[in-house]
Design a protein around this ligand. Structure first.
Ligand code: G3H
Ligand code: 13P
Ligand code: ZN
Length: 305
């Protein structure tokens, strides 16, 4: 693989009516799982690292792992900071060698979001190797480690146009009814295709991004519960919506929760069925196998391969 930014992969996706999946990782096993599946399929992929994952593993360690992985295959791989909340977080990832960053100023007042996004864009685009920037407009609900919003507000197309013109971002995360985490809604979330289409009409060359796009497969949730785990409520995006979204101007589809569930299901099953296992390679191998299966399925949904 080549270790690249997201520019060409998202432009190609927009032109050709598919999406590139962005998978969140936090360690060696999860990075390898993504790189191996994408490499074997020979498709572009984005590896995302949240601020929380960066604190857990270290941006520099992750860069070394992903760069190394990129040498094993022929296709393109981008390393992306997910939901950077400050200029400093984005700078730290860029300085550590990330090829792409997201500045998430969605909790800020509009003018403040414009100002801080622009600051990140100026730094990212002035690097010797152009670093791509994703920003966020509108509010996506849900809770993860360092991300929380109770209030949903869909992205306004005219505001998006003004925002993109003033900041120069390369892609934009929009609020369309998806949500972060394992429980997205009381019933299957309703995706706002009208919002996607009108933001696209106002910004025809801009790749759009869907966050909170895990499908929360019942098979992983059931396995986790069967082997002693507790998940109170689980509700994901429907697979039909993932396929449908990927054919719109949505060019990047973010999935984290599904990989966490797949890995945990494997670890729980392995330890429950093999009480003598205490070598972490045994249970992590079981987790990684499920993660690879989940990733392969996601590629089929968003790229048709
Ligand atoms: O969308 C965000 C990711 O799922 C990040 O999760 O902050 O718990 O690593 P995290
Ligand atoms: P999920 O919680 O649906 O996997 O969303 C992940 C995400 O949006 C990462 O930015
Ligand atoms: Zn997200």
């Amino acid at each position: 693989m080549a270790f690249v930014n997201t520019k060409k992969m998202l432009e190609d996706a927009l032109k050709n009516g598919y999406a590139v999946p962005a998978f969140n990782i936090c360690n060696l096993e999860s990075a390898q799982a993504v790189a191996e599946v994408a490499g074997e399929k020979n498709v572009p992929v984005i590896i995302s690292v949240s601020e929380g994952a960066g604190k857990y593993a270290g941006y520099d360690y992750i860069t070394a792992i992903v760069k190394t992985a990129s040498k094993h295959y022929k296709n393109d791989i981008a390393l992306h900071l997910d939901h950077g909340k400050t200029f400093e977080a984005c700078k730290a990832a860029i300085d550590a060698g990330f090829t792409s960053v997201m500045f998430d100023g969605s909790a800020l007042p509009y003018e403040e979001n414009v100002k801080e996004t622009k600051r990140v864009v100026e730094y990212a685009h002035s690097q010797a190797k152009y670093v791509t920037v994703e920003a966020e407009l509108g509010k996506i609900i849900g809770t993860e480690d360092m991300i929380h919003s109770d209030v949903e507000s869909f992205t306004d197309p005219d505001e998006a146009k003004d925002f993109v013109n003033r900041t120069g971002v390369d892609s934009l995360a929009i609020s369309i009814g998806t949500a972060h985490g394992v429980n997205k809604s009381i019933s299957t979330p309703i995706i706002q295709y009208g919002v996607i289409d009108s933001v696209h009409e106002a910004n025809p060359n801009l790749p759009l991004v869907a966050h909170g796009s895990s499908t929360v497969p019942a098979k992983w949730v059931d396995l986790i519960k069967k082997y002693g785990g507790e998940i109170k409520k689980s509700q994901g995006i429907s697979e039909e919506d993932i396929v449908k979204m990927s054919k719109t101007a949505i060019c990047k589809i973010n999935m984290d929760t599904d990989l966490r569930l797949a890995h945990t299901a494997g670890v729980r099953q392995d330890l429950a069925e093999n009480p003598n296992h205490f070598d972490q390679r045994d249970y992590n191998k079981a987790g990684k196998k499920n993660v690879k299966e989940q990733i392969a399925h996601a590629f089929e949904l968003v790229m048709g391969k």
